[in-house]
Design a protein around this ligand. Structure first.
Ligand SMILES: Nc1ncnc2c1ncn2[C@@H]1O[C@H](COP(=O)(O)OP(=O)(O)OP(=O)(O)O)[C@@H](O)[C@H]1O
Ligand SMILES: [Mg+2]
Length: 258
């Protein structure tokens, strides 16, 4: 599919090989780093592949290079500070969660960085299942409804070093009101500012049919739009991209979901 010229940002294609590897990224200086945090269990490459996660071994090279490329693009747009990236799909099942999870993993490749993936798809929460996390202590919505219990117990290890997940938890209602709330803003502010080496990724719902993706974009510095390769038309992609402030749109990833 040819990119539509009205789409701003880089057009990146997931699922293609042969992209240049760019691996020497500037390291953020951090006084109080969490990059050296303890890892309870690290998954082996074959387990990561079962979870459709990139890793640093050669067998994952083609895909991991694509996510490294997107990482480089985002770091280039951001300058020196950490940031929040929203990942949303043009249409259902295009692979937004897949891209969000792997982009977060690509940031966590770097031993000087950590990633926090926050599942914000209230209707179709997927990340806890995909990452094999049992959200026994609840997640984002439980925190927003009972902030006194704190967020720390709702941040889960994933088996990927330096990658943490906040699952949706007990979703009571599919409502963007959670995302426009003062608590959500305050949570993301504190998550981002507490550790300068922590990068945040919001896995959002499909753009069409719900205002949530647009509301979430107000919380993010950048938006990565995922299009179904050969499925979403250029017109549908342009319409989807038009929901967001143009300067936030980092690019469109064409993903070929199975
Ligand atoms: N490029 C890919 N390679 C392999 N598997 C993929 C790829 N893209 C998506 N998948 C798989 O396809 C399924 C659907 O993808 P995913 O859940 O990421 O879509 P989504 O856009 O987040 O869907 P939803 O609309 O439910 O939020 C998942 O099982 C995911 O692991
Ligand atoms: Mg999803």
């Amino acid at each position: 599919m040819k990119p539509d010229k009205s789409i701003s940002g880089t057009v990146l294609q997931a699922g293609e090989t042969g992209m240049a590897e760019i691996d020497h990224l500037p390291q953020p200086a951090s006084e109080h780093s969490i990059a050296l945090m303890a890892e309870p269990r690290a998954l082996a490459p074959h387990q990561l592949e079962e979870r459709r996660l990139i890793h640093r071994e050669a067998s994952s090279r083609a895909e991991s290079d694509i996510f490294r490329e997107i990482r480089t693009r985002l770091l280039g747009m951001a300058g020196t500070s950490n940031f929040i990236t929203l990942v949303v799909a043009v249409s259902p099942r295009s692979g937004a969660s897949f891209v969000a999870r792997n982009l977060a993993a690509a940031f966590a490749f770097d031993e000087a960085r950590t990633s926090l993936l926050i599942d914000c798809n209230l209707r179709y929460p997927e990340q806890h299942r995909a990452l094999g996390v049992d959200p026994a202590n609840g997640g984002l919505i439980d925190f927003l409804e009972h902030p006194a219990q704190g967020i720390a117990s709702r941040i889960y290890a994933t088996g990927v070093p330096r990658l943490r997940l906040i699952p949706v938890g007990e979703a009571r209602e599919d409502s963007g009101e959670y995302f426009s709330s003062f608590r959500m803003h305050a949570l993301l502010d504190s998550m981002r500012h507490r550790y300068p080496d922590r990068y945040l990724f919001l896995d959002g719902p499909t753009i069409k049919g719900s205002p949530d993706a647009r509301i979430l974009s107000d919380l993010a510095d950048f938006v990565v739009v995922v299009a179904g390769y050969g499925r979403d038309t250029p017109a549908a992609i342009s319409q989807a991209v038009a929901h967001f402030e143009p300067e936030k749109v980092a690019g469109v990833v064409f993903n070929q979901a199975p």
